[in-house]
Design a protein around this ligand. Structure first.
Ligand code: NAD
Ligand code: HSO
Ligand code: ZN
Length: 453
């Protein structure tokens, strides 16, 4: 299928006959978005500093500079939320409602139970799940607008029992400086009324540090946790405010890796690679295959499909970037080793016995099994969450879910007899650590206090 003389869309990394080295893989298939995150760091740091020190005037100036919007204050009035839902296209409303229903079913089922453990009569340790008090949810709106990300952020937060939710999305010039109406409508559908027209790093700063009230603006209370996806500026800002507030995983520019063998339909593979490349020029699309024939067929399909795909310029930049490639391997097992080392945000498995192969994968934000589970399904309507770890952080981080919005509190409840049973061990260990006051704090409870006067 490859067209002789036509240059391939994706570069090829030939890993056949080579042992896998994580360091080499990282060098040959770099996360360009991650490298650019470091470049963005100094400008993002300055944005955050200005938001922290100047508050509202800084937000105004960034809205003007980055979004081309003259903004008095960023809070979206309730009337605008009402209007957005009233005017929402009924077909889009039905699709959003289906997406919400599926996400909610999954999120509610994933709520963990408390874990009470009795170690002896009167000796109890319980793991108690408590929702985060107040969260700030970011919904992107630069190159594309993401009402689906409203759902992915809000539904698990509500399922976890978060009591206070603020949401921010970039102001849009063509909508009078408000976020896109579909975003407002999705927020209103979910009952979120604290919505701000703030984009990028400045939104993350506003959530982390809060914005004091001033004339005509009631202020923005700082949050305890910031979640949500975004471009390199958003991802960098989240990384920089971590510690001041909690963050979910890094959910930066989108990535798709596809592990496929000769059984995979080349047109599906190409369509899926393009689907995620259309998010961002920094998006990564990677095919890992043991079939040189499939690789050729996918290259030809990419060339054909790029002829008609709407955002072909963005897609072409993403596919031509160093972050995108075809990786040729000897076997599907070697392919599993490569995708494990790569730890993609999204991994599709399109091989014979896809479920069995997927079960052997250890690192990915989400795994899509077989030819009828494309990433687009998870983006909108699978019931799974599309806010997922990027840049290899899937090696240690998870996608957004109810767990993101919960904290595990350990509750220790020992009665006197239960404490007495371990008192000696505590005194001994405290002595071994040369922290005798720790032992004394136990011994005092068993000392004879004499008769009460
Ligand atoms: N990993 C995930 O879970 C996930 C999910 C959905 C979307 N995404 C990603 O989210 C991103 C959305 O990006 P987007 O750009 O469309 O929207 P965005 O809302 O993330 O970014 C737009 C904002 O970026 C800021 N900005 C633009 N240029 C800037 C500059 N030069 N300096 C500082 N700030 C600047 C502006 O404030 C603007 O409002 C894409 O990369 C997409 O792949 C990731
Ligand atoms: N693929 C994105 C996650 O990286 C999510 C998304 C939203 N809309 C379309 N796609
Ligand atoms: Zn997508």
């Amino acid at each position: 299928m490859s067209i002789p003389g036509e240059s391939p869309i994706l570069r090829t990394i030939d890993w056949r006959g080579r042992a896998l080295s994580l360091a080499e893989l990282r060098r040959e298939l770099p996360r360009v978005a991650s490298a650019s995150t470091h470049d963005a760091e100094s400008s993002v740091r300055s944005i955050l500093d200005q938001v922290r020190s100047a508050g509202l005037p800084a937000l105004r100036s960034f809205a003007e500079r980055f979004d081309g919007v003259a903004q008095e204050q960023p809070k979206v009035p309730q009337a605008a939320l009402d209007r957005a839902l009233a005017e929402l296209d009924p077909e889009i409303r039905r699709a959003l409602e289906e997406s919400i229903a599926r996400a909610r079913t999954v999120a509610l089922a994933q709520r963990p139970e408390d874990v009470p453990v009795q170690l002896a009569p009167g000796a109890n340790v319980t793991l108690r799940w408590e929702p985060v008090r107040r969260v700030g949810l970011y919904v992107p709106g630069g190159l594309a607008v993401y009402p689906s990300s409203v759902i992915m952020n809000v539904v698990p937060a509500l399922a976890a029992g978060v009591g206070s939710i603020a949401l921010a999305s970039p102001p849009q010039k063509e909508f009078g400086g408000l976020p896109h109406p579909s975003i407002l409508a999705a927020a209103q559908l979910l009952g979120v009324s604290e919505v701000y027209a703030i984009g990028g790093a400045q939104a993350i700063g506003a959530f982390a540090y809060g914005i004091p009230a001033s004339a005509g603006f009631a202020g923005l209370e700082p949050v305890d946790l910031v979640t949500g996806p975004g471009n390199i500026y958003v991802a960098t800002a989240k990384r920089l405010v971590k510690g001041v507030v909690g963050i979910d995983a890094e959910a930066g520019p989108t990535e798709i890796a596809i592990l496929a063998d000769a059984s995979a339909p080349a047109d599906y593979v190409a369509a899926d690679l393009i689907s995620q490349a259309e998010h961002d020029p920094f998006a990564a699309s990677v095919l890992v295959t043991d079939s040189a024939e499939l690789a050729d067929a996918v290259q030809a399909e990419l060339a054909a499909q790029m002829g008609w795909t709407k955002h072909r310029e963005r897609v072409a930049r993403a596919l031509a970037g160093e972050q995108s490639a075809v990786v040729l391997v000897d076997t599907v097992q070697q392919g599993i080793d490569v995708v494990d080392a790569y730890a993609a945000e999204h991994l599709e498995v399109m091989t014979e016995n896809a479920a069995a192969v997927a079960a052997r994968v250890r690192s990915a934000g989400a795994i899509f099994v077989g030819p009828t589970a494309p990433v687009s399904l998870g983006d909108y309507c699978a019931g799974s969450n599309h806010v997922l770890p990027t840049s290899g952080t899937a090696a240690f981080a998870s996608g957004l879910g109810v767990h993101t919005f919960l904290r595990a509190i350990q509750v220790i409840d020992y009665d006197r007899a239960a404490l007495a049973a371990v008192a000696e061990h505590i005194v001994v260990l405290a002595g071994a650590e040369d922290l005798p006051a720790h032992g004394d704090a136990v011994s005092v409870r068993f000392a004879d206090r004499g008769a009460t006067p």
